[in-house]
Design a protein around this ligand. Structure first.
Ligand SMILES: C[S@@+](CC[C@H](N)C(=O)[O-])C[C@H]1O[C@@H](n2cnc3c(N)ncnc32)[C@H](O)[C@@H]1O
Length: 379
C-alpha cells in the first residue's frame, strides 16, 4: 500500500497533547526544552573517528559503467556537477524539509515527499526480509485488541497491520505529520515524541511495535520502561533495527571505500545528535527489554545483502529492494548527517553518494548488513 502525505494529520506540530485523546492518554508532561545548537565535527574529531574528509570524495575518480558494460574513468567532481546542482535546485526550489520541532525531537531524516516515498519502499523491503510478515512475535489474533506503532513514519506498517487485524485498534505515533488521511477505520495517528514520558495509560496495549528507530531514541532503557508500563500483561513488544556497518565475508568491502566509511558517518553523527545508531553493536534492544522486565526475549539476526550480488534468487531480490529503497533518497539519508553534523558541503555529500551507489552497483563487492528483530512478552 502506498501512502501520500496527509495534510489532515490529527494534530499539528503545535497542538498540545490532549489528556482525553482517543488513545486513552494520561496527563500531559511539561514541554521539553529547545534542543542544544549542533556544532559540526571539527576536522580533527573527524580524523580521530576515522572519517575521511568530505573533499576526499570529490577528488576520487569514479568508474562509470554504462548500459552496454563499457567503463570510463572520470572525476567525481565533474560527474556529480549536474547531480550537485540538481540537489541544490531541489533544496532551493522544493527544499528538504524536516519536521516541526516538538520539544527537543530533532530528526535527522527529511519528511518531504521524496523521503516519504523512500520509507514506503523500505516497508516492502522489511516485509520481504521477514518472509512476507509484518512482525515475528507469536501473536494470537483473537487476543490483539489495541496496538501501538512508535515512530510510525508514513504509517504504512500500522495501516497494513490494521488491515490484517480488523478487530484491533491501531495507533501510530510520530513527531512528523506525514501519515495519509485515507486510512482504515481502525487506525489513528497522533503526534508524539517517544523520548518523552509516554502518557498512555498503563496496561493498555497488546502489541507495541518499534521499527527502524536508529538515530531516533535518546535512551533505549527509558523507551522500553515506558513500553513495559503501557503493555498489557501477556502483551508483546517488538523492535526492529538495522546496523549501519557494511560487512563482506570475502574482504570485498575495502578499507577506505565508501561503504566501509558508512558506519563511521552514522556512528559519529549519532554521537553528535545524542541518538545512537549503534543499537545492534551495543545490544540495546535486548538489554533495555530485560531491564524493563520483559521475558521470553527472542533475538533474530537476519543477514541483508545490498545489491544483486547474491547467487540465491531470493537474497538477490531482497538485495535489489534494499538498494532501491536506499537509493530512492540516498541524499536524504545523508543530508543532515554529512552537511550539518560533519560539516561537509553539498557537493562533497553528493560525491560520497555517487561512490556509495557505484559500490552497490558493483556485483564484485559482496556487502551486507544485519537486521535485528527482538521481541519480548510482559509477564
Ligand atoms: C526511519 S523512520 C521509520 C518509520 C517507520 N517506523 C517505518 O519503519 O516505516 C523513523 C521515524 O521516526 C520519527 N521520529 C523521529 N524522532 C522521533 C521521536 N522523538 N518520537 C517519535 N518519532 C520520531 C521520524 O519522523 C520517522 O518517521
Amino acid at each position: 500500500m502506498s501512502s501520500s502525505q496527509g495534510p489532515q494529520s490529527p494534530k499539528g506540530p503545535e497542538s498540545p497533547k490532549s489528556p482525553n485523546s482517543p488513545g486513552g492518554k494520561a496527563a500531559s508532561p511539561e514541554p521539553n526544552p529547545a534542543p542544544p545548537a549542533i556544532v559540526a565535527l571539527s576536522a580533527e574529531e573527524s580524523r580521530e573517528a576515522g572519517i575521511l574528509p568530505g573533499a576526499h570524495w570529490t577528488e576520487q575518480p569514479i568508474e562509470q559503467v554504462d548500459d552496454d558494460g563499457a567503463s570510463t574513468i572520470g572525476s567525481v567532481a565533474s560527474t556529480t556537477a549536474s547531480l550537485t546542482s540538481s540537489i541544490f535546485e531541489y533544496r532551493t526550489v522544493h527544499g528538504r524539509t524536516y519536521h516541526g520541532d516538538i520539544g527537543n525531537a530533532e530528526s535527522w531524516e527529511p519528511n518531504d515527499q521524496r523521503h516519504v516515498d523512500s520509507m514506503d519502499i523500505m516497508h516492502h523491503t522489511f516485509m520481504l526480509s521477514l518472509g512476507d510478515k509484518l512482525f515475528l512475535s507469536p501473536l494470537e489474533k483473537q487476543k490483539i485488541h489495541k496496538v501501538l506503532d512508535i515512530g510510525t513514519g508514513t504509517g504504512i506498517w500500522a495501516i497494513d497491520f490494521a488491515d490484517e487485524f480488523p478487530n484491533a485498534e491501531v495507533i501510530g505515533t510520530d513527531v512528523s505529520p506525514i501519515q495519509p488521511f485515507w486510512i482504515p477505520p481502525n487506525v489513528k495517528f497522533e503526534l508524539d515524541d517517544c523520548n518523552r514520558e509516554w502518557t498512555w495509560n498503563e496496561d493498555s496495549f497488546d502489541f507495541i511495535h518499534l521499527r527502524l528507530l536508529i538515530g531516533v531514541v535518546s535512551d533505549w532503557s527509558n523507551v522500553f520502561r515506558n513500553a513495559f508500563r503501557c503493555a498489557r500483561p501477556g502483551g508483546y513488544v517488538e523492535s526492529l533495527v538495522t546496523s549501519t556497518y557494511f560487512h563482506s565475508d570475502d574482504g570485498t568491502v575495502k578499507k577506505g571505500s565508501a561503504l566501509e566509511q558508512w558506519h563511521n558517518i552514522f556512528w559519529e553523527g549519532g554521537k553528535k545528535l545524542g541518538r545512537t545508531f549503534r543499537v545492534i553493536e551495543d545490544d540495546l534492544q535486548k538489554k533495555a527489554m530485560e531491564e524493563a522486565g520483559f521475558v521470553d526475549i527472542t533475538v533474530n539476526d537476519i543477514k541483508i545483502p545490498v545489491g544483486t550480488w547474491p547467487e540465491d534468487k531470493r537474497l538477490a531480490e531482497i538485495g535489489l529492494w534494499w538498494k532501491m529503497a536506499a537509493e530512492s533518497d540516498l541524499e536524504g539519508y545523508l543530508n543532515y548527517l554529512c552537511n550539518v553534523l560533519l560539516g561537509w558541503t553539498s557537493q562533497e555529500t553528493a560525491a560520497y553518494c555517487a561512490h556509495v551507489k557505484k559500490e552497490w552497483a558493483d556485483t564484485n563487492i559482496h556487502s551486507y548488513f544485519w537486521l535485528r528483530v527482538v521481541y519480548g512478552r510482559k509477564p
